[in-house]
Design a protein around this ligand. Structure first.
Ligand SMILES: [Zn+2]
Length: 100
């Protein structure tokens, strides 16, 4: 039996999925509207205590918590030693590192 809370979280997760898909799509046209959608998605996550998969988590800067989209407001570099992905937020300059 799944409780009411689990169902609420499922629908919250679906909304977050839609919001983030839209915002990445929209980022190329209007980063401000896209950021607003991402901000709503982030608030839903906080409210329902959702953990996003890496693919979605990396859309947010760890520094300023805003939407970052490669090629628009973030820069991606690949390093070989150790094999890692560096994402620089152009807004606040925060660098996050993902080691493979
Ligand atoms: Zn930032």
């Amino acid at each position: 039996m799944r409780g009411r809370k689990a169902r609420l979280r499922d629908s919250a997760r679906q909304r977050v999925d839609i919001l983030l898909t839209n915002s990445v799509d929209y980022a190329h046209r209007d980063i401000i509207i896209a950021s607003r959608q991402a901000e709503i998605a982030r608030r839903i996550c906080l409210k329902y205590n959702l953990r996003l998969p890496y693919e979605q988590r990396r859309l947010f800067c760890r520094g300023c918590k805003k939407l970052i989209v490669p090629g628009i407001n973030s820069r991606i570099r690949i390093h070989n030693h150790p094999k890692s992905l560096l994402t620089t937020c152009i807004r606040c300059g925060h660098i996050s590192r993902k080691i493979f």
